[in-house]
Design a protein around this ligand. Sequence first.
Ligand code: ZN
Length: 274
Amino acid sequence: MQIIDAHLHLFAAGSEADEMARAVGLENSTAYLKDYFAAHDFTHGIVMSNRSLNPARHCYPDFLHYCIGLDGIVSGHYDAREMEALVEANLERPNCVGIKLYPGYHPVTITDPCFDFVYRLAEKYDKPVAVHTGMTAHPRASLRHCHPLTMDEAAVRHPNVQFIMCHFGNPFLSDAAAVLEKCPNVAADLSGLLEGPIHLQAYLQEQSGYVFLLKTWIAYVCDYRRFLFGTDFPAVNFSDYASFIQTLIPKQHWADVFFNNANRIYHLGLPTGN
Ligand SMILES: [Zn+2]
């Protein structure tokens, strides 16, 4: 089975990502990822970028596309006009397949006027807007600003924009499912539901209630064409995480969830081999 990882991160060597990757048996480098992907059915990856809007800082090998990440939108790095020009310069590049927003890490929701230009550009270039939703990686963040219900209002205001609800709003699963059920322009990636090394059988037993809820709310949406596999590397091991997601998705939908949906929604244009 071909697999697209529709949500991963790359950080500079020497950062804490080195340690995170090592903790899950991997290495934080594109050279390592290239070999690993080739050996494990991973055809392609989409990097959710961090840190800089400068297109020159986003050069990736052929097996990776990227979403330009606005994690600095309210940090004062750029003025509004400069930021819009830089985001557009990224979207003009074929290997930039979308925009990633990081609400919650800043106390601002995705309906704030500071994001209006994002939706204008997403529509102009027909590229999705991926949004962090649900639990955050550190306690200083604000869950209210990245709650999945915030996407309902944005999706209604911008019906021609394709939204990706990253992490399926976890653990606000019923709210996330309601937004997908209601809004046809919202899909969800299943990245980042776990973190660290995975001992799958023990985990499935210990967290059987949570796993049941995940399966329940994914199935409730009744549309496996709107769920995308993603890992949130370096938070997890690619293959172990793929095994976990396979337990949540009925086998007849694996080809869609692990490959076809990301290929279609992010317009990757990859050949479907099997
Ligand atoms: Zn992420």
